[in-house]
Ligand binder design. Structure first.
Ligand code: NAI
Ligand code: NA
Length: 395
């Protein structure tokens, strides 16, 4: 079929298999252009199909020659309907990994469930024996609790007071004010249940109980802090409470891994255009200003540059550098004073009229469509393409 972008609200409901393959290939090429990493040999990535998780899988495979198992929740294609982009990304990744002689298998299903944890444990046992690294990179608006069957929904709300600030509809370029009402106590509990550390801990407990974690095992989950500007809706909002919980869970997990000298870390990453961040109010305006400033200073990084740096310059150094809260920081460039001061100044100036000049709205849009395989040079989007792509190592 001929596949064009079709947006609904903030998401794109179509994706292009060749474009997704190109996105993956670009990331593989980047990793191959860098010096190899002496790191993990067997890696499990939970949330492996898009964003930071996909970049983690690519870095593990092509930067460390690791065998990888990827877990994700993606929609397969149907006749006349495209798959979700993470499906096509994974198909392309596995094809390249297998060509390079690397083990790569995937599991598509709800990572929060006991069934998917069990299936993953069995696959590790059968094929890999033990794993040295688990990357936890889930971003989900809902979680069905495996013990109670209760379905929790996360929210992106401020705590205490209504928050009013500017935001941009990046599809139209309109900058306008929005107000987000303060959350309820229940919203906090729900968001922590979905995006906090409980499920991460359940994964590690399960794998440890099954004897699948190697000595010196490491696990990393991803967090975000960001600037003062977005604090009410991010770090001091409902999602921030979940990130606090995730960060605290790293210490709980480390305690439980003492006998195998295992360690759990949270890595604080940079703000980037992903399917998840596009859905957060205010953040797209911040990102479009941030990109402009970081590109001007030649400091811009995407998911793959971030994760390469995480592995090469943090995770596999003898002593892992952490901040005063024990967190790995790869948001160091984003958080630099000169960058934040400039972004704060541009924030004041941002209007519908000025944003195309002072912000990187085009860059934002381009990256957003790239997530779904669109806007890539060298791909003919008028041409018929086969949507029925399968994932070679899907279990
Ligand atoms: P993303 O939306 O690109 O990736 C989410 C992944 O989770 C996908 O692989 C998806 O298939 C998987 N997933 C979602 N629900 C699932 C389920 N029930 N079962 C199995 N897999 C499921 O998101 P992104 O942005 O890469 O986020 C990953 C982590 O990085 C999150 O914890 C996020 O908070 C964090 N982060 C994101 C930043 C950003 O600016 N995008 C910045 C710093 C941290
Ligand atoms: Na991810």
């Amino acid at each position: 079929m001929i596949i064009q972008p079709k947006t609904r609200g903030f998401i794109c409901i179509t994706s292009h298999p060749e474009g997704c393959a190109k996105n993956v290939q670009n990331q593989i090429d980047y990793i191959k252009s860098k010096s190899p990493i002496d790191g993990a040999k067997n890696v499990l990535v939970i949330g492996a199909s898009t964003g930071f998780g996909l970049a983690s899988r690519i870095t593990s495979a092509f930067g460390e020659n690791a065998s990888t198992i990827g877990v994700f929740f993606e929609k397969p294609p149907a006749e006349g309907r495209t798959a979700s982009s993470g499906w096509y990304n994974t198909a392309a990744f596995e094809e390249q990994a297998h060509k390079a002689g690397l083990y790569a298998k995937s599991i598509n299903g709800d990572a929060f469930s006991n069934e998917i944890k069990e299936q993953t444990a069995q696959l590790i046992k059968k094929d890999l024996g033990k794993i040295d690294l688990v990357i936890y990179s889930l971003a989900s608006p809902v979680r069905t609790h495996p013990e109670t069957g209760v379905r929790y929904k996360s929210t992106l709300k401020p705590i205490g007071n209504t928050y009013t600030n500017k935001t941009v509809d990046f599809h139209t370029g309109e900058v306008k004010e929005i107000s987000i009402e303060a959350c309820t106590e229940e919203d906090i509990v729900n968001t922590v249940t979905v995006m906090g550390g409980e499920d991460w801990q359940m994964w590690i407990d399960k794998l440890k109980k099954e004897g699948l974690l190697a000595d010196n095992f490491k696990t990393v989950a991803y967090s975000y802090i960001g600037p003062k500007l977005t604090e009410p809706v991010y770090r001091k909002g409902t999602i921030g409470k979940a990130k606090d919980h995730l960060e605290a869970t790293a210490f709980t997990i480390t305690d439980a891994l003492k006998d195998i000298k295992g360690k759990a870390f949270v890595s604080v990453n940079k703000a980037l255009v992903t399917q998840s961040s596009s859905a957060i109010p205010v953040i797209p305006l911040y990102i479009s200003l941030l990109y402009k400033v970081m590109k001007e200073k030649n400091l811009q990084e995407g998911c793959i540059e971030q994760i390469y740096r995480l592995f090469k310059e943090r995770l596999y150094l003898g002593e892992i550098p952490v901040d005063s809260e024990g967190r790995i920081r790869i948001d160091d460039l984003e958080m630099r004073d000169d960058i934040q001061e400039k972004v704060a100044q541009l924030w004041e100036e941002a209007t519908t009229e000025s944003l195309p000049e002072i912000g990187d709205l085009e860059g934002y849009k381009d990256e957003f469509f790239n997530l779904f395989g669109f806007n890539f040079d060298g791909i003919d989007y008028e041409k018929d393409t086969n949507e029925m792509v399968s994932i070679p190592g899907l279990q």
